[in-house]
Design a protein around this ligand. Structure first.
Ligand SMILES: NC(=O)c1ccc[n+]([C@@H]2O[C@H](COP(=O)([O-])OP(=O)(O)OC[C@H]3O[C@@H](n4cnc5c(N)ncnc54)[C@H](OP(=O)(O)O)[C@@H]3O)[C@@H](O)[C@H]2O)c1
Length: 278
């Protein structure tokens, strides 16, 4: 462990020496809240933000995955579990986040609306229920959560909201009408929110990933040789010749949270190996 172990006990637990110094000089520590960070793109993003010095609040429903990640990141009291489809649970998460940010004297500077649900289903299958579940998790939940967190983000200003949509929110594909429509709503919501929140010092941007190797796809858990075959079959669809990795989406999310993008708001950034061009 680093040398700070020998210093006085730190009120924030296992932080780096720079973070501790900030606390001693009364500078509030920066925090990020990443929904759906128990796995996939969200977990990769949590790792990157932590590496870059943020305290990262983690979210999802799978407690085992969340506890493992919390331990890996060397954090305590960072899990805010709950169902994005349940308004009451969302309100509880927001209250708990607010209490922890205030109690630990932090600044909430980034909210990543990443949790998402993908059900492939054709309209001709004549089932209506898949519309509701995807709209709840992909747009209604994030909108409710974000609106409740505006005061906290405003206090953390300059702050940044990053919404994770998909290229399927910009173009059609068979079996994705409900998923695509829920993410198209997220893309439009991004621009409306960007205009409304700019005076509060909160930027709002959207990333549209292409095909990324995460547990959202059934092929993710195939044995290595079978998975490589699926990836090879998908290669021709990708102008850059391969599907993406979760860490590549995390890099773009971090860019939009950082001051390197301080003059960017309301943007929709395709991070997709060029698939949207085909
Ligand atoms: N991978 C891709 O190819 C791709 C492409 C375009 C866009 N995206 C978008 O990128 C985002 C992340 O996807 P991913 O590929 O990383 O998927 P993933 O590996 O399946 O992870 C999804 C995350 O969302 C959480 N989640 C799902 N439903 C939830 C609910 N009802 N309540 C709370 N948390 C919930 C999951 O948590 P638990 O499992 O712990 O509940 C998990 O942490 C999604 O919004 C997805 O639509 C992905």
């Amino acid at each position: 462990m680093p040398a700070y172990r020998s210093l006085d006990p730190c009120p924030l637990g296992d932080q780096t020496i720079d973070e501790r110094t900030d606390v001693r000089w009364g500078v509030k520590m920066k925090a990020a809240f990443i929904t759906g960070s128990s796995k996939g793109i969200g977990a990769a993003t949590a790792r990157l933000f932590r590496k870059e010095g943020y305290f990262v609040f983690l979210h999802g429903r799978n407690i085992k995955d969340l506890e493992a990640l919390e331990k890996e990141l060397g954090q305590k009291d960072s899990i805010l579990a709950g169902d994005m489809a349940n308004p009451e649970e969302i309100d509880n998460i927001c209250k708990s986040l607010e209490d922890r940010v205030k109690f630990q004297s932090m600044k909430l500077q980034a909210l990543v609306n990443n949790a998402g649900l993908f059900h492939r289903q054709k309209a001709t299958d004549q089932r209506a229920d898949y519309w509701e579940s995807q709209f709840r998790v992909n747009i209604l939940g994030p909108a409710r959560m974000t609106e409740r967190l505006i005061p906290l983000l405003s206090q953390g200003s300059p702050a940044s909201i990053i919404n994770i949509a998909t290229t399927l929110g910009m173009r059609p594909a068979v079996g994705t009408s409900a998923y695509g429509a829920s993410k198209a709503a997220m893309i439009h919501w991004t621009s409306s929110l960007a205009v409304e929140l700019a005076p509060l010092g909160i930027r709002v941007n959207c990333i549209c990933p292409g095909l990324v190797d995460t547990p959202i796809h059934a092929f993710h858990t195939l044995p290595a040789d079978e998975k490589e075959k699926v990836k090879a079959d998908l290669k021709d669809l990708q102008p850059l010749g391969r599907i993406g990795e979760a860490s590549e989406i995390a890099d773009s999310i971090f860019f939009l949270a950082s001051q390197k993008s301080k003059w960017t708001t309301g943007a929709v950034l395709a991070v997709d190996g060029g698939i949207n061009l085909k």
